[in-house]
Design a protein around this ligand. Structure first.
Ligand SMILES: Cc1ncc(COP(=O)(O)O)c(C=O)c1O
Length: 332
């Protein structure tokens, strides 16, 4: 079986408690979902924000997609970096939205780059997919304050649960006081629920109201809401999983660095690496050895995974490196 290190999935499934909660639901599955308000209430309490600042969706992807439909269009551009989460250019194509892109890392000040453009949405994955670097929320707030209120900053925190957060970090509540910041978060990563599709947005009531009015009724299943509520029941899980990911990330980074890879510092559950020997076929060659990673140009994005996953990846890398040396397979 191919090892999946291309999709930034968490290597463990959902926390204990989710299976029982889902099982108990089976007799009620012929009913349409009740409003997602129980989960929205739990999230509002978790972040200490009013209920009208929370919207639950079928994955954070649904909330992001609603934001593109609400805030961009043929005459309202979207800004994002290159490279970025693959979904952003896809949404630009779907919505007929002109894409204003700049390379990552940005040379200069983002607000200045956006000064003369009619931009509806500034989409920033934070930590950034694929490099794993994180921006403090204060920078997001500062950027939003320097843009017109009609330009919405999407602070996409799909990987925030893996990041080391400073004590002085701005709260999500403080960010949601601003008129033009939408933060999205997900249960797909550290909570291990990617297959159920459940995520949420937090922002000012006007922004959330605009998204809610575009949402398809019943897009979020009862099973997804129930599982997410059960996952939230044990608040110790994210901290334990964050620490475990940090250890595996460090050990993978060390192993790859020792083998000649350039490794970018990461605050997420993946590493962005530049392989040695200038070969452009690393992703295909690793796939031949049973490990799927995500190519980003000639670079690679590699999910951290479990200790076993890390060991299997390193075995495949060593096999490939020895084939390169034996056969003198330099650049390709
Ligand atoms: C940056 C980023 N945002 C959002 C998502 C979407 O997550 P989901 O729709 O599963 O919540 C992903 C998925 O990999 C991602 O990488």
């Amino acid at each position: 079986m191919t090892l999946r290190l291309h999709a930034n999935e968490h290597p463990q499934g959902p926390p204990a408690g989710v299976a029982d909660a889902l099982h108990a639901l089976i007799p009620e599955l012929h009913r349409y979902p009740a409003a997602s308000s129980a989960l929205e209430t739990a999230i509002a309490e978790l972040y200490d924000v009013p209920l009208n600042r929370v919207l639950v969706g079928a994955g954070s992807a649904e909330i992001i997609s609603l934001a593109w439909r609400a805030f961009t269009g043929p005459d309202r551009a979207a800004f994002f970096h290159e490279p970025e989460f693959e979904f952003y250019p896809m949404l630009a194509a779907q919505c007929g939205t002109p894409a204003l892109t700049r390379p990552w890392p940005l040379d200069g000040d983002l607000a200045t780059h956006l000064a003369d453009a009619s931009v509806g949405l500034v989409a920033l994955s934070n930590p950034h997919n694929p490099t794993g670097s994180a921006r403090p929320r204060r920078e997001i707030a500062d950027l939003a304050g320097r843009l017109p209120d009609t330009t919405v900053v999407l602070n996409d925190e799909a990987y925030h649960d893996y990041a080391d957060v400073d004590d002085g970090e701005l709260s999500l509540g403080a960010l949601s006081d601003l008129p033009n910041v939408l933060t999205t978060r997900t249960f797909s990563k550290i909570h291990g629920l990617a297959g159920l599709r459940i995520g949420y947005g937090i922002g000012n009531a006007c922004l959330i109201g605009a998204l809610r009015s575009l949402q398809t009724p019943f897009s979020v299943s009862t099973a997804a809401c129930t599982a997410a509520l059960a996952a939230l029941a044990d608040p110790s899980v994210p901290a334990e999983r964050r620490a475990h990911n940090r250890r595996q990330r460090d050990s993978l980074a060390d192993a790859l660095t020792a083998r000649g890879f350039e490794v970018s510092p990461s605050q997420a559950n993946f590493l962005y690496v530049r392989p040695p020997h200038g070969r452009s076929t690393w992703a295909a060659d690793l796939l031949d050895r049973g490990v799927r990673v995500q190519p980003v140009g000639a670079d690679l994005r590699v999910t951290v995974g479990s200790a076993t996953d890390v060991a299997a990846l390193i075995t495949a890398v060593d096999d490939l490196l020895s084939a390169v040396q034996t056969n003198n397979l330099g650049e390709s």
